[in-house]
Design a protein around this ligand. Structure first.
Ligand SMILES: Nc1ncnc2c1ncn2[C@@H]1O[C@H](COP(=O)(O)OP(=O)(O)OP(=O)(O)O)[C@@H](O)[C@H]1O
Length: 538
């Protein structure tokens, strides 16, 4: 039989079938009409209505059966993306794909060629700086597959790695949020946060992300931060912003500042337990010694509590912040100088490594993040790293860690725009985020510092009288800022006249060691040191 003849016969067959079908439909309608006594129009509308309702019921039933077979939860409540009702991705073929995301992720190798990102699983939200895609990956893929290929995904969208930001979902490994910026990051500046925003932030904010959201760390408890970047990139400004946020967020803590740049951190002098503006390694060593002393004391208190089966004591947080730390590890090339540098290095390593358990956090900054500037055994101890613009990946690794560029979705600090100061790659908990530090106006910082100082003074005034507060009162009444140990001791009924035993007794009573004053070994107390000790409660 010829092909044409076959087609003619098929057409006759279909016509006969159609006529037969129409006759049956007409007969059914006539029967219903007779039975119910309705008009023709009402009968037709009733039948169509019943058929549509039946069809809808069957469609719902099919969905429920497919979900049950796939072992999936019912659709998510409003506001969340619905889960995909798709047994092992089989239904994906007949679902419309989102062309842009599917193509981008296939090109990047984040999903297989046969996979699709289903259109119904994608939401696109315009944000002030670009577009945010939220989508669900196929069942065989997770967030990590996209994260590890983020640079290629960025390339597909014709932007750089710095233009994209990836966020994972807490409830589903396959849900991804991808932000694609329309302009280079931080082309526009964001207003600094208000006190309320800082207080409401869950942790300590460090800056804005590329969308203007506050970004920071959940806590500085048991954390330490190393910040590196070339000169004039905004380290001091960022750290001023961080200290301001700490003062607002933490309220009660002891601040030790070593201002290696001599006036970079001076605004906070009045809020400090100890503030030094110096680039001398001796001053660094003396501060590290003091803090290591506090660490030891806290361990002793902890041991005592645990030995006595008491709850673990809660210590007041202490922050040690050092601007331009590289200077303090340098040596002058002599054997003695090298020995001293090695000693300081070991003390600093011990402080950063051991202090976290006792609530003492170190934050160190450097504009010379080269290999030898900060000894490796010191820099390896930092848990949070931040790197501003630097000229080479090698330098970036000094701050971010040797294996930084093998971590998930790294951001290369050499790609940051040095014309926009304050930008930094924040690397914490294995994740990288591009941020820009806050540049608070001076008036705001002064106001915060004044409040802290007033609060500390009030606490001091209210504190029960102790030998330490008596010594402070005495020096204030006398109008002196310093007293020799031998002159102070008689006020506390210490009758020993020889400086050694007299000094020991007084130090024990006050709980503060005296300061060496001259080369003859004469010692005494500086009023500010006593006030600092009283504020810190040791
Ligand atoms: N987030 C920011 N927004 C706006 N301007 C900023 C920001 N951060 C820094 N700057 C500006 O950049 C300049 C350099 O900042 P800063 O002094 O903090 O850099 P630095 O890295 O500490 O420099 P150096 O190491 O040379 O002392 C300053 O003029 C500062 O006002």
């Amino acid at each position: 039989m010829g092909k044409k003849q076959q087609q003619e016969q098929d057409a006759y067959g279909q016509l006969a079938g159609a006529i037969g079908g129409l006759v049956i439909v007409f007969a059914i309608l006539a029967a219903i009409r007779d039975k119910l006594g309705l008009s023709w129009t009402a009968t037709v509308l009733l039948v169509v209505g019943v058929l549509v309702a039946l069809g809808y019921g069957l469609w719902k039933l099919r969905g429920a059966v497919l979900r049950a077979l796939a072992g999936q939860a019912p659709p998510a409540p409003q506001g969340q993306q619905p889960a995909v009702a798709d047994p092992a991705g089989a239904a994906q073929d007949d679902e419309p794909a989102h062309p842009e995301l599917t193509a981008a992720l296939i090109a990047a190798g984040a999903i297989d060629k046969a996979d699709v990102i289903r259109d119904e699983d994608v939401t696109i939200k315009p944000v002030s700086t670009g577009r945010q895609y939220e989508f669900l990956l196929p069942k065989t893929r997770t967030f990590k597959d996209v994260e590890s290929r983020i640079a290629t995904v960025a390339g597909w969208f014709d932007v750089s790695r710095l233009h994209v930001k990836l966020e994972r979902s807490r409830d589903n490994e396959r849900r991804v949020r991808l932000l694609v910026l329309e302009q280079p990051p931080f082309s526009q500046s964001f207003p600094v946060p208000t006190r309320q925003e800082i207080k409401a932030f869950d942790g300590v904010p460090l800056g804005h992300d590329v969308t203007g959201q506050l970004v920071g760390v959940p806590t500085f408890d048991r954390a330490s931060l190393l910040l590196g970047g070339m000169t004039q990139m905004g380290k001091t400004t960022l750290i001023n912003g961080l200290i301001t946020c700490l003062l607002i967020a933490y309220r009660d803590f002891d601040l030790y500042l070593l201002d290696g740049k001599l006036c970079g951190l001076i605004k906070f002098e009045n809020a400090c337990v100890r503030y030094e503006a110096s680039d001398s390694p001796d001053v660094f060593e003396s501060m590290v010694d003091e803090l290591n002393g506090r660490v030891e004391e806290r361990y002793r208190v902890k041991q005592e509590a645990l030995r006595g089966r008491q709850p673990e004591p809660k210590f007041k947080p202490v922050f040690f912040i050092v601007d331009e730390v590289a200077d303090f590890f340098a040596d002058d090339g002599t054997a003695k100088g090298k020995e001293k540098a090695a000693r300081i290095t070991e003390k600093a390593r011990k402080l950063v490594a051991k202090s976290l358990e006792s609530g003492i956090s170190s934050i160190m900054l450097t504009q010379r993040p080269d290999k030898d500037a900060i000894p490796v055994n010191v820099r390896n101890q930092f848990l949070i790293r931040m790197c501003m613009y630097v000229e080479s990946q090698g330098t970036a690794k000094v701050t971010l860690g040797d294996s930084y560029f093998t971590t998930a979705a790294p951001i290369d600090p050499t790609h940051l725009n040095p014309q926009i100061p304050g930008q930094a790659v924040l690397f914490a908990g294995g994740r990288s985020t591009l941020i820009r530090g806050f540049d608070f106006p001076d008036e705001f910082i002064w106001e915060v510092v004044d409040e802290v100082q007033a609060r500390q003074q009030k606490a001091l005034d209210k504190a029960p009288e102790t030998p330490l507060t008596q010594a402070i009162d005495l020096m204030r009444k006398k109008g002196v800022s310093f007293m020799y140990t031998v002159d102070l001791a008689p006020h506390f009924d210490i009758t020993d006249t020889s400086p050694g035993p007299c000094g020991q007794k007084l130090a024990q009573l006050l709980g503060v060691r005296s300061t060496k004053v001259d080369s003859k070994g004469l010692r005494g107390y500086v009023l500010d040191d006593l006030i600092a000790a009283a504020k810190s409660g040791q």
